[in-house]
Design a protein around this ligand. Structure first.
Ligand code: GDP
Ligand code: IMO
Ligand code: MG
Length: 432
């Protein structure tokens, strides 16, 4: 029995979906614990591509249980759409395969509307560049104790009371502050009662499910969304998402105690990307950045936006090792570096003459951070078919060594292509 948490070390899109799918082969239960359908996790299995926003990336295995924890914010329409898409691919999603916490908060139409209205009202330079999925407003309601949980949805009277109370306030803001359309109680009530009927069989106490699985000697895999620098507390605030994306979030977001986590793996792309606004010290604005963007096919899996690209940031990596207590690294997209002549890895920041070895807390300092680079030789060979470290060119091996040296933790997995099989599993966290 082992429990493993997989999280992103950068600004999201590190390849969590692919790695979770791979590790699911060795796990029994796969749990999402934060974020919502702002996530876009891509899996490529036997040449077929799947993108999951809400359903855990373990769902393609029919003998595993996927769970959505209390820390997730859930848009029922999106969940039902994903279930339908899986059905269209011949996979029936029954409660044997998917469970949802009764404590999971629901994304409501007014959360999405608020997300859009707020972003539209913000001046240039102040916009976050959110995914527009209602994530921030939903977490905000949860924190001020106005949120609606699945348990509330399943109690029609409680649901109606909460909905009416929320809409009274929200519609005032839409009408008086933002000048946007108001939302009708009856329409939402009717729509969500339909969702309630469909979701009821899946709703349960996920903390107990995890506990029982642990006691039955099962392997449990926790699937992070977003990345460490998007964490609400430790990221580049306010250009972050509204949840704890770090490994600690797996405990609060699913109902497992910290002493019961055995291994934490951090996924790191061989370079860096970011979607949306906010500081990005190693961002490239030249043809090298364009080359990485093209070779890495760096477009957002949720919004389709072009991702900003830059060199690997060792400062961000070291922050991630510390904040998540990483036991091992997963390096993805090493293949994308092939053909780039002179590679660079950022080892520190210069902020107005002062050296930083961590992301500055002051956002203006973070925005002013200039990377201090270490140069490293590139390689030309195509490595997408490599099945062991020995098959990699010496420069690629040196690059991996440099990453290990900077992180101070060993590399557990190396990924050289989007396919499930294009992966070198050096150290299986479930075989300790
Ligand atoms: P996630 O949000 O962390 O799950 O990552 P995304 O799915 O948003 O973005 C990662 C993208 O890179 C997806 O299109 C993956 O199919 C792809 N990918 C993952 N690992 C590799 C790899 O090692 N090499 C290449 N070329 N693509 C990869
Ligand atoms: P995965 O799980 C990359 C970014 C958005 C925006 C900020 C806040 O696929 O790695 P939000 O809608 O969450 O309020 O937006 O966070 N963001 C992501 N960037 N990958 C993600 O998820 C992201 N989820 C949110 O672009 O900058
Ligand atoms: Mg993604």
């Amino acid at each position: 029995m082992a429990t493993t948490v997989v999280i992103g070390t950068q600004w999201g899109d590190e390849g969590k979906g692919k790695i979770v799918d791979l590790l699911t082969g060795h796990a029994d239960v796969i749990v999402r614990f934060q974020g919502g359908n702002n996530a876009g996790h891509t899996l490529v299995v036997e040449g077929k591509k799947f993108v999951f926003h809400l359903i855990p990336s373990g769902i393609l295995y029919n003998d595993k249980l996927c769970a959505i924890g209390n820390g997730v914010v859930l848009d029922p329409a999106v969940l039902l759409e994903e279930m339908e898409e899986l059905e269209n691919n011949g996979m029936t999603i029954t409660p044997d395969r998917l469970r949802i916490s009764l404590n999971t908060h629901l994304i409501m139409p007014y959360h999405r509307a608020m997300d859009h209205a707020r972003e539209a009202a913000k001046a240039k330079g102040k916009k976050i560049g959110t995914t527009g999925r209602g994530i921030g407003p939903c977490y905000e309601d949860k924190i001020v104790r106005n949120g609606i949980k699945i348990a509330d949805l399943l109690d029609p009277q409680l649901f109606r009371d909460k909905l009416e109370e929320n809409l009274q306030y929200k519609n005032f803001l839409f009408r008086e502050l933002y000048g946007t359309d108001t939302i009708d109680v009856e329409e939402v009530y009717g729509q969500y009662q339909q969702y309630a009927e469909k979701l009821a069989p899946f709703a349960t106490n996920v903390s107990i499910i995890i506990d029982e699985a642990r006691k039955a000697d099962k392997n449990i895999l926790f699937e992070g969304a977003q990345g460490t620098q998007l964490d609400i507390d430790h990221g580049t605030y306010p250009f972050v998402t509204s949840s704890n994306t770090i490994a600690g979030g797996a405990c609060s977001g699913s109902g497992i105690g910290p002493s019961k986590i055995d291994c934490t793996l951090g996924i790191c792309k061989a370079y860096t990307t970011r979607v949306g606004e906010g500081p990005f010290p190693t961002e490239l604005f030249d043809e090298v950045g364009d080359q990485i963007q093209k070779q890495g096919v760096e477009f957002g899996a949720t919004t389709g936006r072009k991702r900003r690209c830059g060199w690997l940031d060792g400062v961000v990596l070291q922050d991630a090792v510390r904040l998540n207590g990483l036991d091992g690294l997963v390096v993805t997209k090493l293949d994308v570096m092939s053909g780039l002549k002179n590679l660079k890895i950022c080892t520190a920041y210069d902020v107005n003459g002062k050296t930083f070895n961590y992301m500055p807390a002051n956002i203006r300092d973070a925005q002013a951070a200039k990377p201090v680079y270490r140069d490293i030789d590139g390689w030309d060979q195509d490595i997408t078919g490599a099945t062991s470290i020995d098959e990699l060119p010496v420069q690629a091996r040196d690059y991996l060594k440099a990453m290990e040296e900077i992180a101070g933790v060993p590399i557990s997995i190396v990924s050289v292509g989007p396919g499930r099989e294009q992966t070198m599993l050096l150290n299986n966290p479930f075989e300790k």
